[in-house]
Ligand binder design. Structure first.
Ligand SMILES: [Zn+2]
Length: 241
């Protein structure tokens, strides 16, 4: 048996912007990926395995990982940070807009061309919080109207719609059939937002991801597979505050 050198294992592996936390293990004999409760990805690596092989293996699992996270209704964890300076890009309903830091306006303002933010906020203690609040406000105004035709078509009606930060989830059903939606959905293209809405509405009828659930989703959105794939891809790029 050839002597194995202890390979230099990095703390993180980033593939296409998807971040895996590397966990070396003396107990494991095979490489494995698990999804943590918060949606972060753990890559378990047995001691002594050549790092190049680990990387090749993880690369081959990328689609599986996306499906796995989508099954859990989780966002792909990816490091996505923004700076609050003029020229920075923020996504809104599938389009990228430049930020302008300017005292021409109060608070955060969107005129269809640029997102503008007052320097007091941009250079203040919590610019990310101010921007997240802006997305939330937009979501509260836009999502109910977007949801209405789907409710009618699927004959499923949530007890209410609540927009908030949901960590690594796009949406969830609260007590009494209340629909919670992450404000971050406002960064996605409208057709992908529709998929999120249909998915969550379908959970009013079927709680799990059984074939009956997917059949319900398919009836409302026949091309749901395509949209779901786009959600998994785009989800890795959204900014979560
Ligand atoms: Zn689901």
């Amino acid at each position: 048996m050839p002597a194995t050198l202890t390979p230099c294992v990095p703390e993180q592996l980033v593939l296409d912007g998807v971040v895996f936390s590397v966990r070396p293990s003396s107990k494991r004999r095979t490489v494995g990926i698990t999804v943590d409760r918060d949606g972060s990805l753990l890559l378990h690596v047995p001691d002594g395995l050549a790092w190049e092989r680990v990387e090749v293996w993880a690369r081959s699992k990328r689609h599986w990982v996306r499906d796995k996270l989508a099954d859990k209704d989780l966002l792909l964890s990816r490091q996505s940070t923004r700076e609050f300076v003029s020229g920075e890009g923020f996504d809104y309903l599938g389009r990228r807009y430049r930020l302008k830091v300017t005292d021409e306006i109060e608070g955060v303002h969107f005129n269809g061309g640029r997102i503008r933010m007052h320097p007091k906020l941009a250079y203040g203690p919590d610019p990310a919080g101010a921007m997240a609040a802006w997305y939330r406000e937009r979501a509260r105004r836009w999502l109910p109207g977007r949801l209405r035709p789907w409710q009618a078509r699927m004959a499923l009606h949530p007890a209410g719609v609540h927009v908030r930060g949901l960590g690594h989830r796009w949406g969830s059903l609260g007590a009494g059939g209340r629909l919670n939606l992450h404000w971050a959905v406002m960064q996605l293209p409208p057709t992908v937002v529709d998929y999120v809405l249909v998915h969550e509405l379908a959970h009013l009828a079927v709680r799990d991801h059984s074939p009956a659930f997917w059949e319900l989703v398919r009836t409302a959105v026949p091309d749901y597979g395509h949209r779901r794939e786009r959600l998994a891809l785009l989800g890795g790029q959204v900014w979560l505050g």
